[in-house]
Write a protein that binds this ligand. Structure first.
Ligand code: PLP
Length: 391
């Protein structure tokens, strides 16, 4: 039997309804949406329907949605594209220490090209300090990139407050909403967001499809394309559109929007129960703000155990990771947890629980029992292990 899957921040299974919606577009309705004949129009109509659903979910218009291969590509297009297109306005960019590597790496790349980068620290609960943000903004700041929901600790940044401060100063706000879409309400108007990265596979859609929201009015965002070619997607992202994946993305968004409120309440209940159960262990700490976080996320650090031994001990019971899927092969402790002020030892000895739609109370009881047993036996095997670590 495979272990219980609690790694829904890494990816999710494709919903059967999503798969059913996608299937006709592989072979029966196989046309290129760019073709001016019946085959093309059929595919184009399906793509445009998905575009409308995705736009409506974030209070945007369909023309503001640019399909990409996922959130990584959307982040790269947003950051590098906006930096290149707004050189006349300045060379300064601002982001946050807990961002996904798909934001931090393009920012570092821009820095290597001569842009100036400010990486803001976070408070111990993972939230950005708005005063620090205000102090970082300069007349030559082009853009701020602040994620909606963190992929390790689930913390939700105060986007509306960040957006208001950027809008006042004519600075663009980009947000990586890969983990937030379909889980919490997103509104590009209410939050003054100019660019938003989205992906389908974190919300029961297929992998390899995402989108960038690009604001068209007040202000009209200028972007330099990063892929040049046939001029699809208003010239911002050339390449033949991928109708099965786009249709699946649309269906996944439709389902998630319809279920959002009930699923959030259900996940929150299960997640809080899991945390209550785990607290029978001494020297266990929750990472990130207790309320300002995704309802489906719990991230804990556990003192007195070796992080890799802990994951190894749990491997047959539960599939989870200690941090980002993209970083789990690395040897460095999570940059997110160290940004909260966790010691490297506690950052290593951390578990990220990502609950999903199919997660049950019974599964979480088994997982909590396995964590408790494993931690107790590891602590017994290492009586000399460092005692309760501060913070
Ligand atoms: C998963 C994830 C990404 C990468 O998305 P892909 O579609 O897999 O490229 C980027 N940012 C965050 C916050 C994520 O969780």
């Amino acid at each position: 039997m495979r272990p219980i899957y609690l790694d829904h921040h890494a990816t999710t299974p494709v919903d059967p309804q999503v798969l059913a919606a996608m299937l006709p577009y592989f072979s029966a309705a196989f046309g290129n949406p760019g073709s001016a004949h019946a085959y093309g129009w059929e595919a184009e109509a399906a793509v445009e329907q998905a575009r409308e659903i995705i736009a409506a979910a974030i209070a945007a218009t369909p023309e503001e949605i640019i399909f990409t291969s996922g959130a990584t590509e959307a982040n790269n297009l947003a950051l590098i594209g906006a930096a290149e297109a707004n050189l006349s306005r300045g060379r300064h960019l601002v982001t946050i220490a807990t961002e996904h590597s798909a934001v931090l790496a393009p920012c570092r790349y821009l820095e290597s090209l001569g842009f100036e980068l400010t990486v803001l620290p976070v408070q111990p609960d993972g939230l950005l300090d708005l005063m620090q943000l205000e102090q970082a903004l300069r007349p030559d700041t082009i853009l701020v990139s602040a994620m909606a929901a963190n992929n390790e600790i689930g913390v939700l940044q105060p986007l509306a407050e960040i957006g208001a401060r950027c809008r006042d100063r004519g600075i663009l706000l980009h947000t990586d909403a890969a983990q937030a879409l379909g889980k919490i309400p997103l509104d590009v108007e209410a939050m003054s967001i100019d660019l938003m990265s989205l992906t389908a596979h974190k919300l029961y859609g297929p992998k390899g499809i995402g989108a960038l929201y690009v604001r068209r009015r007040q202000p009209r965002v200028q972007l330099a394309p990063q892929l040049r070619g046939g001029g699809q997607e208003r010239g911002l992202r050339s390449g033949t559109l991928y109708p099965p994946q786009i249709v699946g993305f649309g269906k996944a968004v439709e389902i998630s929007q319809a279920q959002m409120a009930t699923e959030a309440a259900r996940a929150r209940g299960l997640r809080d129960r899991l945390w209550a159960n785990l607290q029978v262990l001494p020297d266990i700490y929750r990472n990130g703000h207790p309320e300002q976080r995704l309802p489906s996320n719990l991230n804990v650090s556990i003192g007195g155990v070796d992080g890799s031994a802990l994951l190894l001990g749990l491997r047959s019971v539960v599939a989870l990771s200690s941090g980002s899927a993209c970083a789990s092969a690395g040897t460095a402790p999570s940059h997110v947890l160290t940004a909260l002020g966790r010691s490297p030892t506690l950052a290593y000895a951390s578990l990220r629980f990502g609950l999903g739609r199919n997660t049950t109370a019974d599964q979480l009881e088994s997982v909590a029992a396995a964590v408790i047993t494993t931690v107790r036996s590891l602590r017994q095997a290492r009586p000399a292990a460092t005692p309760a670590t501060t913070f």
